[in-house]
Design a protein around this ligand. Structure first.
Ligand code: PRX
Length: 652
């Protein structure tokens, strides 16, 4: 793989702080390596042992793994229920422990013990059953980050219903396409949510998504803001009305280990999002085990992950992993800068947060606001920090380390994906030295490698494709309704029966992995995955657009910004008004997170003789840097000059 150039900064190395190390679950590199090697050489014994000690089974499994390679099944013959693992089994030993401490953006605080959460989940599950939902049905969830979202997720799990959580920033069109693909029967939503002091409507967006034919039979509406909404008789129900009628106990549905737990749509390198399918036992095991060791869990912890449950991080590290481990989870509904930039630091002080897990983009925006905000608050409860979603630049890492962790908290830079279900590469905080910007070592049972396009391992410090050599229980099983796409995108890109991640990486002399970003057509904007093709399809669906090519452009806070090169149909005229229209159109098609930062109108797109758009050149143009590499395959060299000229015009 010669096209990945890597920088090899002589960065600093931070050994685990001594005070942290002496109380950690894993306290040395030797202990980590011994367990990692054991798991690599005896995967079935390792995963089987962990599944026995971490999960509660209704019926034990017969075999740890069946099937071959990346198409393995795990714990065949075993039966369990995910909500029992997250709730019921804690009732006897710690029923009165807080499960959730949740803050609404306006400032209200909800505290739910494990017993409270269990009761609410049972009531909602009974309500869902009364609506006729049955094991295997799909329920879409489009909710704010309030406890009812967790209740909805676990109520689905209690009945063996698959949830499909849709991030509350997605548009009506995005909800419609996801529900059509999943054939969702119910959608659970709220009247609205609070964001930067304003009420954002949710029910209204859901109503738009249901115009025309839809598989959705009912809409269940949680009253969050009191905003007025229209209720469609026979179809729509209020959450409080349904809950008022329900008993506080509900027998869980015991499901086979491989029963799908949920669908979560994510962007790939084509125009349509893919419904990633995760199963019950393997996923729970992966999230619980990684959460316990990577966050070095203690029974008294107050753990806060800022991710929204609309993304995989919220599924795995707000809900399933922490609750399976009986942790007290802190949740927050709103924006980091409401009412001011001290909000996160205030939450940490108020609730005594011990672990704080967030995204580099959030760290960069918080850093930009200056040190006065965190200095106003007592952050001494913190003992560990974590990042996820994109590579963290060393400057942001150092700020996090010094100003928030006060140099005493290890930082776990966790690399993983929607598809992997759980963290794959991250430093075990009491054992592995950290390096700013480096995800370091693979977790137990995970065997990554860096290879070229032929599947041959590349040398130390050489850039290549990041693959995983052995199957692991929390990996996706398929793409909903498209097993061929699963095979072609993950299992057949690189020869050998390996899982292809879509990321580039290099491994240094210490065996530490550095993630180099995506090698496919996926953008990472503020830690969110967006497909360039998805945005291109949205653009060309506008009547004025002939062709569009979308690339990422470096952005200081958001990691990447969306830059679109657009050619118009012959009769159309470029202009500022049309730019606004196109931005609006993309937002309506996908959601505000996909709003293009730049739209450049051009006469033609640079293409190869075979008609492929040369995005590599557009990336250079977008970043205003000289074109690197070979342009000999370009069909018409003059195109570049006209694009460059158009871009200059644009900037002035
Ligand atoms: O490119 C990698 C990047 O995010 C991608 C996965 O995105 P998604 O499925 O939305 O999941 C995000 C949260 C798990 C990866 O292919 N990524 C994720 N974590 C890191 C990262 N890149 C560098 N360092 C990370 N720690």
């Amino acid at each position: 793989m010669t096209s990945i150039t890597t920088m090899q900064p002589k960065g600093q190395v931070f050994p685990p702080p001594t005070a942290f190390q002496s109380q950690a679950l894993i306290q040395s590199v030797a202990a980590y390596e011994a367990l990692w090697n054991y798991a690599k050489d005896n995967p079935e014994a390792f995963w089987g042992g962990q599944a026995t000690s971490l999960l509660t089974w209704d019926m034990p499994w017969g075999v740890v793994r069946t099937g071959t390679g990346m198409q393995s099944q795990w714990f065949t013959g075993g039966y369990l229920n995910a909500s029992v693992n997250c709730l019921d089994r804690h009732l006897e030993t710690q029923g009165d422990k807080l499960a959730l401490i949740a803050e609404g953006e306006p400032g209200e605080v909800w505290r739910l013990t494990y017993r409270d959460l269990h009761r609410e989940v049972c009531k909602l599950a009974n309500g869902l059953r009364s609506l006729g939902l049955q094991q295997g049905d799909v329920v879409a969830i489009y909710m704010p980050m309030v406890p009812e979202l967790v209740i909805a997720v676990l109520a689905c799990a209690r009945l063996g219903l698959m949830h499909s959580v849709i991030f509350a920033g997605f548009s009506a069109e995005a909800i419609r396409s996801r529900n059509a693909d999943a054939q969702a029967k119910l959608i659970i939503t709220a009247d609205g949510l609070y964001r930067r002091g304003a009420v954002i409507p949710l029910k209204e967006t859901v109503d738009h998504s249901l115009e025309g034919a839809s598989s959705v039979e009912h809409v269940l509406v949680y009253q969050r803001t009191g905003a007025s909404v229209s209720m469609h008789p026979g179809r729509d129900l209020w959450w409080h009305d349904l809950m008022a009628m329900q008993s506080e106990t509900c027998a869980p549905v015991s499901v086979p280990a491989e029963h799908p737990l949920f669908l979560l749509y994510t962007s790939g390198s084509t125009g349509t999002p893919k419904g990633i399918v995760h199963t019950t036992a393997g996923y729970l095991l992966g999230t619980a085990l990684s959460h316990r060791y990577i966050f070095d869990l203690k029974p008294t912890d107050r753990y806060w992950c800022t991710a929204d449950a609309g993304w995989i991080t919220g599924h795995s590290y707000v809900i399933y992993g922490p609750l399976c481990n009986g942790t007290t989870v802190v949740m927050y509904e709103g924006a980091p800068n409401f009412p001011d930039w001290a909000r996160f630091w205030k939450i940490i002080e108020t609730h005594g947060v011990t672990q704080f897990y967030t995204a580099p983009t959030a760290i960069r925006s918080l850093m930009q606001q200056g040190d006065a905000w965190p200095e106003k608050h007592d952050l001494s409860s913190l003992r560990l920090l974590g990042t996820v979603g994109e590579p963290i630049n060393p400057k942001a890492w150092m700020w996090f380390h010094e100003k928030i962790g006060k140099t005493r908290c290890p930082i776990v830079d966790t690399w993983w994906q929607t598809e992997t279900g759980a963290i794959m590469i991250a430093p075990l905080p009491g054992a592995i030295s950290t390096k700013p910007g480096c995800a370091t070592r693979p977790f137990f049972g995970i065997v990554p490698d860096v290879v070229d396009h032929h599947g041959v391992p590349v040398g130390e410090n050489q850039g290549g494709l990041l693959v995983v050599r052995q199957p692991w229980p929390s990996m996706l099983r398929t793409i909903h309704g498209d097993h061929d796409r699963f095979l072609s995108q993950y299992c057949q890109v690189v020869p050998g029966d390996v899982y292809f991640t879509g990321d580039g990486a290099r491994r240094d002399a210490d065996g530490d992995y550095w993630i180099l970003g995506r090698v496919d057509d996926v953008l990472n904007v503020a830690g969110h995955r967006l497909s360039t093709m998805e945005i291109e399809s949205a653009l060309v669906s506008h009547p004025t657009v002939a062709e569009a090519a979308v690339v990422g452009k470096p952005d200081e806070v958001r990691g990447e910004a969306i830059c679109c090169f657009v050619t118009l149909k012959a009769t159309e005229h470029a202009g500022g008004e049309l730019k606004k229209q196109l931005q609006f159109h993309v937002v309506a098609q996908i959601g505000a997170l996909a709003r293009p930062q730049e739209i450049r109108f051009v006469q033609a797109l640079p293409k190869t003789r075979s008609g492929k758009i040369m995005r590599r050149l557009l990336r250079d143009l977008a970043a205003d840097r000289p074109i690197a590499g070979d342009v000999s395959t370009l069909e018409d060299l003059a195109t570049l000059d006209t694009i460059r000229a158009a871009s200059t015009e644009d900037d002035t």
